[in-house]
Write a protein that binds this ligand. Structure first.
Ligand code: CMC
Length: 394
């Protein structure tokens, strides 16, 4: 095609240079700034991972305290922004709310939208990371008709999010089990970044026009929403519910293998991982811990998931196509056990991925000679022809 190659789905097109995240899909390896995801999930905290993604290194104690201060300084959202929620139908999908409200942040921060100024870039990054849990929790509260809960800066990032989501004014004794806080933090870490996936590429493309970061991240949230991307854990839970019992698994495995049936096993397969997704391995362990914490260790959906995984991993179709469980396979079960409705799953993914989007946006903007993203196409339409007035058209 002359000067370019056609690559639908960008299967073999590298779109940028990056120093943030490394994936070896054949070996099932995921590194952030060189650190294995398993070590970060076991030993770090989400806020520390945020610092790492943004700043290329793990923080010293003083650097971390300063970062923590800066983030907590921005956790509240403007009261006028809260009024945006009232414009949505009561039953609006929380992702629809997220797309609109996060985009609307740009209208509140004209003081720091000069993206050529490093200080403006930094404060926008902090604002996004700090405010996204508040907005996510408000989208939940709005959906259920409950009053918004303001952020509590004495709590950790994950605990604060759970508190804003589940606390109600009539429950003075409300406390969150530390095991759930730890699982929430792990889920955030595991979703923090994943190099050039559809939503991150969308953020980079939108940002490449030098649109402000709030607008670019709002575009990323839209791209994340689909069931082939962030919406998959919602789809996994729906699928497990439809399967309903261990006895019916074979029927669904057969459907997934049938070339004439569009059904796919949700939570299986990945564009890059052709091995076990390392994030799914961490979540499988966390899933058992959460089910124990909430007293649901006999959760039938978990039993179906375990059996489904075992059958698929030993099935020739899945082996030959290198289809393994991905991060979404277990995250839905954990979130559901924690009390989140399915329509909040992708919101939580968006919350956690915001730091990845912002880090990738910042890296792109700071790259020398950064160009606007502008893919080409292979035109398949009509050749040049002359306009025919309406009364002469056949
Ligand atoms: N169940 C059954 N067959 C599958 C599945 C599945 N989950 N995934 C892929 N295949 C088959 C597919 O039918 C195709 O077969 P054939 O070669 O005979 O046409 C082959 O495997 C390759 O599939 P593909 O769609 O070309 O692969 P892809 O790399 O474009 O798709 C995927 C990756 C994640 C979109 C796909 O595996 C899928 O739809 N999985 C289910 C949805 C899901 O779990 N998505 C979450 C992705 S991970 C989280 C994230 O990054 O957002």
């Amino acid at each position: 095609f002359g000067l370019f190659t056609l690559d639908p789905g960008f299967r073999s097109t590298g779109s940028c240079r990056s120093t943030i995240t490394f994936i070896d899909g054949d070996k099932g390896v995921l590194l952030h700034r060189g650190y294995p995801i398993e070590q970060l999930a076991a030993k770090s905290s989400f806020l520390e991972v945020c610092y790492l993604l943004l700043n290329e290194k793990l923080p010293t104690k003083a650097e971390f305290d300063d970062f923590d201060d800066k983030i907590t300084h921005h956790t509240m959202v403007h009261e006028q922004l809260l009024r945006f929620f009232a414009g949505y139908r009561r039953d609006a999908h929380p992702m629809a709310i997220m797309v609109g409200v996060v985009g609307a942040l740009s209208a509140f921060y004209h003081d720091a939208l000069d993206i050529s100024d490093p200080k403006h870039r930094e404060i926008s990054a902090h604002r996004l990371i700090a405010k996204i849990p508040t907005i996510a929790a408000c989208s939940y509260k709005y959906h259920y008709g409950q009053p918004f809960v303001y952020p509590n800066n004495k709590m950790s990032y994950a605990e604060n999010f759970l508190n804003m989501t589940f606390r109600t004014p009539c429950d003075d004794d409300f406390k969150i089990d530390p095991r759930l806080v730890s699982a929430m933090d792990k889920i955030f870490i595991l979703h923090a970044d994943h190099e050039q996936n559809a939503s991150t590429s969308t953020v980079r493309l939108a940002g490449s026009s030098r649109a402000n970061p709030f607008a670019a991240v709002s575009a990323g949230i839209s791209a994340l929403w689909g069931p082939a991307h962030g919406g998959a854990n919602e789809a996994v839970l729906k699928m497990l519910g439809e399967i309903g019992s261990v006895e019916r698994i074979d029927e669904y495995i057969a459907k997934a293998k049938d070339p004439n049936d569009p059904f796919r096993l949700m939570g299986f397969g990945h564009r890059v991982y052709k091995n076990y997704d390392p994030r799914a391995a961490v979540l499988k362990g966390a899933c058992q811990e959460v089910l124990d914490a909430v007293g649901k260790h006999d959760e039938p959906l978990f039993k179906i998931a375990m059996k489904l995984e075992e059958i698929a991993l030993n099935d020739d179709y899945f082996i030959s196509k290198k289809l393994f469980p991905n991060v979404d396979f277990y995250s839905g079960i954990i979130l559901s056990a924690m009390g989140f409705p399915t329509n909040m799953f992708t919101v939580i993914f968006a919350l956690a991925r915001t730091v990845g989007w912002v880090s990738q946006w910042k890296e792109m903007i700071e790259e020398e000679g950064q160009a606007i993203g502008r893919p080409r196409q292979l035109y398949m339409g009509a050749p040049q022809r002359d306009y025919v007035p309406m009364d002469q058209r056949g």
